[in-house]
Design a protein around this ligand. Sequence first.
Ligand code: F6P
Length: 333
Amino acid sequence: MKKIAVITSGGDAPGMNACIRAIVNTAWQHDLEVIGFRHGFRGIVEDLNVPLHPDDMRLVSQRGGTFLKSSRFPEFREVDVAKKAAQVLDQHDISALVVIGGDGSFRGAHHLNQYWGGQVIGVPGTIDNDLAGTDVTIGFATAVDTAMDAIDKVRETAEAMARVFIIEVMGRHAGFIGLHAAIAAAAEAMILPELEPQPKLAELADGILQARAAFPDSSYVVILSENLWPGGVHELSKNLSKATGVTCHPCPLGHIQRGGRPNAQDRILAMQLGAAAVDAILSGKTAMMIGLEQEHVVHVPLHLTFERDKPLDARLVQLQLGLQGVNITSKTS
Ligand code: F6P
């Protein structure tokens, strides 16, 4: 019986467990044995192996996080460490490895592929949705739902007390969560890395003051992508408070965006991509990511997923930017 391995790597994402389930069950249907390594690439190097059987997969899809556990492991960039991983995989007679993760993990997978003779397949699992070659990544839809729920809650207290909130969302260096959450939660303004030109402090302050003048009794919510504003959400809130004379409350959403039960969309996506990963192994593919484009499974060379930038949907950006100003304009015109 041939043997394949699976790891979850980098920031965990809701839906990773459903993906492992699809890989294990599909593999066993084709007489492939599966083992997992706990904690991602580090677990391969340290040989933290665990057998994976369909009997144990029955109730994992519902859970957030990853039962296989994950880790950040920058040491994997070193050639000797990648060679050590290759050695461990060979000792276990593994013929293919599935890496569920984001761009850092795919860099690791691509690196390993140069020092190991087995097949390496990537499945996009990251809340950031920042991998080129796939419309969506496992975990993104749930993270947007979670951010939207949290923003809705902040909105209720903000509205009750007519307050301004600056809410920071995750995304590393991409604005997907920011854009989708801003639209879903009807934010008054958004600051995303992809916006050209970037909104200036004076413009943001002006937006707040105009809204205050038109709706003195209402809330105002700005969505800010992380790693963008110097000093982050606290500094921006402080500067905006000073510029407007209105207290602007900082609210970083943080890691709650990564947790929680995966929504239906992420579970289904994870099952689809996990099963397709095993199909790709059976058809001899290597160094490929299994993605989804326009509802179809696609195979994309791993390096093309992290060497290119993935743009935001320009129509969604325009939709949000266009609607942000409408209330104020209609009230003041
Ligand atoms: O990549 C997922 C992500 O949650 C990013 O949005 C965020 O910037 C980063 O991971 C945080 O990583 P860590 O949990 O290692 O601090």
